[in-house]
Design a binder for this molecule. Structure first.
Ligand SMILES: [Cu+2]
Length: 177
């Protein structure tokens, strides 16, 4: 802990003299609008969406997340992407989780024929930027839910960052997130 804090201070000092104070570790990453919903397509899986604002002058990253064991067995950082012609030339990605809109019924959308998602090692949080985890984009995935989530339920979500201290926030389950 001490070594890490010293390193942070060194980094901050070397960045710029104009970097003003910014000592409050607890608020380094502001977390807002934390909400969750069950996956409409995959059983036993839920996504969490939220806003992350890096209020510091130092680039950071979300590197992990966790929930109590009573909620889900594991948590992953995910990105969504459309499966389209661009995939043709690429090998080795074919067996990622793939969800066809057809599974939702014939009249469900139709623009994006297929969406898929995959785990990412981290989600970059550039200095001063707000990164939104939203449906169809970056998200946090709860895998192997112990029980289905119902709208109105809440659970604790702990976020781990490369630089900032971990924070625990409350996620609220919604019908639509
Ligand atoms: Cu996912």
């Amino acid at each position: 802990m001490l070594a890490r804090r010293s390193l942070l201070l060194l980094l901050a000092a070397s960045l710029a003299l104009s970097a003003c104070g910014g000592g409050a570790d607890g608020d380094a990453i502001a977390v807002d609008d934390v909400r969750s919903r069950m996956s409409p397509m995959l059983a036993g899986v839920a996504a969490v969406y939220l806003d992350l604002e890096n209020t510091t002058d130092t680039d950071d990253a979300l590197v992990g997340a966790s929930v109590p064991a009573e909620v889900a067995a594991s948590v992953e950082l995910h990105e969504s992407y459309a499966v389209d012609d661009a995939m043709d030339g690429e090998d080795g990605m074919a067996d990622e989780t793939t969800m066809e809109d057809d599974a939702m019924g014939d009249d469900a959308m139709g623009d994006d024929a297929m969406m898929s998602m995959r785990e990412v090692p981290e989600i970059a949080l550039p200095a001063g930027a707000t990164v939104e985890l939203v449906p169809g984009g970056l998200h946090i995935m709860l895998i192997d839910l112990v029980e289905d989530l119902s709208p109105g339920d809440t659970f604790e979500l702990t976020l781990e960052f490369e630089q900032a201290d971990s924070v625990t926030v409350t996620a609220e389950v919604r019908e639509d997130a």
